[in-house]
Design a protein around this ligand. Structure first.
Ligand SMILES: Nc1ncnc2c1ncn2[C@@H]1O[C@H](COP(=O)(O)OP(=O)(O)OP(=O)(O)O)[C@@H](O)[C@H]1O
Ligand SMILES: [Mg+2]
Length: 392
């Protein structure tokens, strides 16, 4: 079928034609949004934690789109992308406030802009900041230089203004596991303080990251467990995977024959990125709008190649021979599951945990594996174990 009309979107952060299996999460987000708009009130922030390629970024983008259409002050940043988190937040908020001043009567934003300017000059002395209006910094609110306190004051000022305007504030931080422990502690402490007001500011903070994120947050400040609503983002169940494949095709006038679809769903294993790759290649290879088992077979092989080359191989090649031995053991014993390090030690014919700790730590640093709990190890990417078992 015509590749130009292909609806599927394999990749990173690309909006899928159908956001399948996330109905509950989206409904809960809608409750938060309405609380902010109708009652001027916020709730606990969210942490979306999940493996690579399950759809965390896509969810953040969806939240962003929803509230941007409604005039909210909304900012999105990615931790660890070269700039420090406070500076990145600062830049993103500049853009959000610029949009807000175009949409809302500026006098009502004036105090916020002044506070923001003082904050901004504190976190980013080198930065060139332009809010597009003649703004005088307001000293003494969010410019102490202690990030946690300044962020809390800024969140409160943002919340007050938003409440006044009948909107909310949305702050999205992607790849939050990359933030430094100091930045995580500052964010936690700001969120903690804002949450203690009688009427919490109508500010929604959503952080997304790998499954190790909850533990990192808890390590940064002990009260983090109760500070956020943790929303694990997982693989899709078969029904959702089926919908993710079938509905976009139907939109383009094509139908899947049921036996081919069953094979596709079973192969995808509920992995959103793989589902998009399968949809894309099956579509491109289908000879007519009646997608049959042979079309699926050809498409699956190409999708597997795309995912192997685009996701698994580069990770595998980053590992040294000693690290690959460890990965092979992890794949053989656990597959998709987490495995006790002690078991891996035994399988590798070693004696002590310390015999593999260098490889283990390097692999964690390279982002190939993570420790879901102390003493355990698991892959950060779904399907990595199957790729490894195919390697000679
Ligand atoms: N609910 C969904 N239904 C169908 N496809 C989805 C869904 N969520 C995400 N996808 C697709 O999965 C792929 C990965 O999505 P995304 O980049 O958001 O994952 P991620 O969790 O942010 O990954 P990473 O941890 O690597 O940043 C994209 O191609 C996207 O279109
Ligand atoms: Mg992402």
């Amino acid at each position: 079928m015509d590749p130009v009309a292909n609806p599927y979107r394999p990749g990173a952060g690309r909006r899928p034609p159908l956001l399948a299996g996330r109905e509950q999460l989206l409904a809960s987000f809608d409750v938060l949004r309405r609380m902010a708009e109708e009652h001027g009130e916020g709730d606990r922030g969210w942490i979306l934690n999940g493996l690579r390629g399950v759809g965390k970024t896509v969810l953040l983008n969806d939240f962003m789109r929803q509230v941007s259409n409604r005039g909210w002050i909304a900012a999105k940043v990615e931790a660890g992308a070269g700039t420090s988190l406070p500076v990145a937040l600062n830049h993103s908020l500049v853009a959000a406030l610029r949009t807000a001043t175009g949409r809302h009567p500026e006098p009502r934003l004036r105090r916020l802009l002044g506070i923001f300017k003082a904050f901004s000059l504190t976190v980013d002395q080198a930065g060139t900041l332009s809010l597009g209006v003649d703004v005088q910094p307001i000293a003494g609110v969010a410019d102490s230089g202690r990030l946690g306190e300044d962020l809390a004051a800024l969140f409160e000022a943002l919340g007050d203004t938003a409440r006044d305007l009948g909107i909310g504030v949305l702050l999205l931080i992607d790849e939050l596991q990359e933030a430094s422990p100091e930045d995580l502690a500052a964010i936690n402490s700001a969120v903690h303080r804002v949450g203690q007001s009688d009427i919490p500011a109508p500010l929604i903070l959503v952080g997304a990251g790998l499954p190790s994120l909850p533990a990192q947050l808890a390590e940064a400040t002990s009260y983090a467990e109760r500070l956020y609503d943790y929303r694990p983002v997982g693989l899709l169940d078969d029904d959702s995977a089926r919908q993710a494949l079938v509905i976009p095709s139907a939109g383009g006038g094509a139908t899947w024959d049921s036996s081919g679809l069953d094979v596709a769903v079973a192969t995808a294993g509920g992995y959103p990125y793989f589902i998009q790759a399968i949809g894309k290649h099956v579509w491109d290879n289908a000879r007519s709008t009646q997608i049959g088992p042979e079309d699926v077979e050809v498409g699956l092989a190409e999708a597997q190649r795309e995912v192997d080359d685009g996701l698994y191989r580069s990770r595998w090649e980053r590992a040294t021979p000693a690290q690959r031995d460890l990965l092979r053991s992890l794949a053989a014993i656990g597959g998709e599951r987490a495995v006790a390090v002690a078991e891996i030690v035994k399988a590798m014919g070693k004696v002590r945990t310390s015999d593999i700790s260098v490889s283990r730590n390097e692999l964690i640093k390279k982002g190939l594996v993570y420790a879901p709990e102390r003493g355990l190890l698991a892959f950060t990417v779904p399907g990595m174990h199957a790729f490894i078992s195919r390697q000679p």
